[in-house]
Design a protein around this ligand. Sequence first.
Ligand code: SAH
Length: 218
Amino acid sequence: MRTSEDSYLHKGLRKKLVDQIKEKGITDETVLQAILHVPRHFFLDSAFEKQAYEDRAFPIGQDQTISQPYTVAYQTQLLQVKPFEKILEVGTGSAYQACVLAELKAKVYTIERQKKLYEANKDFSYLKKYPTLQLFYGDGFEGLPTYAPFDKILITAAAPYVPEKLIAQLKPGGMMVLPLDEDSMQRMHRITKMPDGSLVEEKFDQFSFVPMLVGKRE
Ligand code: SAH
């Protein structure tokens, strides 16, 4: 069961979480504000309310996890989100990251390959707060050609390689942030598509994500 009550206790825990993330090196004030405003405990079963504000990943069913808040903040900061940008997120999972992007006033298109997770989010009333957030059931390797091009693309599962179709769905001047497999971990990459179509790749820290898998799952 989900809870939908956001108390002073929750707000206090959120403030502490933001302080921790700041200490770990997140500097973008707009990202920190978004983390402060999205009630992460709404995205977990109410039995795990206390853990919702620890800075760690957590199981959400179907062998998947809600990403660690620091990781969400890190990826969001690298994406340099601006209001009204069109953003494609691959791996909706709990929809927490999608709400952080929506909190930054982006127009979010998020895609999930697991039908059960997709359907759970369709019934998740908190998401109605963000009328421009749209959920899709599909394979992130294919992206959403009907809605392309996107200003930004964010992959929240471990990518074995850079999905070519997603590069094609990125606007010139657009950016994609993704964790790319490297040994047993992933290294965060940011790929910028220059106005002439050439790609500039930057590498950041290592993280650990669940795998990005090909195809949909019923
Ligand atoms: N952004 C999520 C993190 C979820 S973990 C959150 O905030 O909770 C990664 C998610 O990516 C999982 O739900 C997994 O099912 C999904 N995923 C993996 N491969 C995918 C693919 N090819 N297309 C879409 N979703 C995928």
